[in-house]
Design a protein around this ligand. Structure first.
Ligand code: PGA
Length: 260
């Protein structure tokens, strides 16, 4: 079970450091048992060294929110996979719907970035998800399948710890309206099927599939207890240690009660 925070473009560096400190402190306290829950935080680029340092003594991985598909070059404003690797980054979010919407990122670009991430030992967190119009038109499964196929073409993995897929229905992101647990599960099952065809059963069954879109402590248990939901990619609720760790407590409860 993976609890991942996507801080987006929030907090300045001292605020981000304070948030990481609060997460570290919460995890170091023995008050709540968070069992086998894994953690990841994805702050803005400029926060990464400070956040890594703040989390050095607790088992929290650190990821970026995007990267360029090339190693280096004349790409003003961009950040490359080798740069992220060189500061000990573990993972990178790719193809988030906000990047697809505001920067017209295509599946082909997400695919090039995913290949580049693998080449530099970064775990790609490939984001997929449909719009409300696509869902209403009955196209959600087709859209998501084609995003998964587009993003993962020629992306090989040696094990399930080399890839994460996040299902984030666009209508649920930042809206306070999360998908119903069964609705999210149904889409996760579609994604799992797709991964099985691509990577075979064993790896595909273990690749973490995260749900993202208004996950909060109050709805986390229902979502995380679904068989194909292996964690959350959490936006606004990851900006406060209390709600982020509150979701982790629900994840631990799920692990304890269902072993899922
Ligand atoms: P949200 O964002 O939790 O604020 O809906 C999730 C995401 O966009 O990753």
């Amino acid at each position: 079970m993976l609890v991942a925070g996507n801080w987006k473009m929030n907090t300045d560096v001292p605020e981000g450091r304070a948030l990481a400190d609060a997460i570290a402190e919460g995890l170091s306290s023995t008050a709540a048992d968070r069992g086998d829950v894994d953690f990841l935080v994805c702050p803005p680029y400029v926060h990464l060294p400070a956040v890594r340092e703040a989390l050095a003594d607790v088992p929290v991985a650190v990821g970026a929110q995007d990267m360029h598909a090339q190693d280096e070059g004349a790409y003003t404003g961009d950040v490359s996979a080798p740069m992220l690797s060189s500061i000990g980054c573990d993972a990178v979010i790719l193809g988030h719907s906000e990047r697809r919407t505001y920067y017209d990122e295509t599946d082909a670009e997400v695919n090039a970035k995913a290949q580049q991430a693998r080449a530099h030992d970064l775990v790609p967190i490939v984001c997929v998800g449909e719009t409300l119009e696509q869902r209403k038109a009955g196209e959600a499964d087709t859209v998501v399948r084609s995003q998964v196929d587009g993003a993962l073409s020629d992306v090989s993995i040696d094990g399930a710890d080399e890839l994460i897929v996040a299902y984030e229905p666009i209508w649920a992101i930042g809206t306070g309206e999360s998908a119903a647990a069964e609705q999210a599960q149904a889409m996760h099952a579609v994604i799992r099927d797709d991964l099985r065809e691509r990577y075979g059963g064993d790896a595909a069954d273990e690749v973490p599939l995260l749900y993202g879109g208004s996950m909060k402590p109050h709805n986390a248990y229902g979502l995380l207890s679904q068989p194909d939901i292996d964690g959350g990619l959490i936006g606004s609720a990851s900006l406060e240690a209390e709600s982020f760790l509150g979701i982790a407590e629900k994840a631990a409860e799920v692990l304890e009660t269902s072993g899922h």
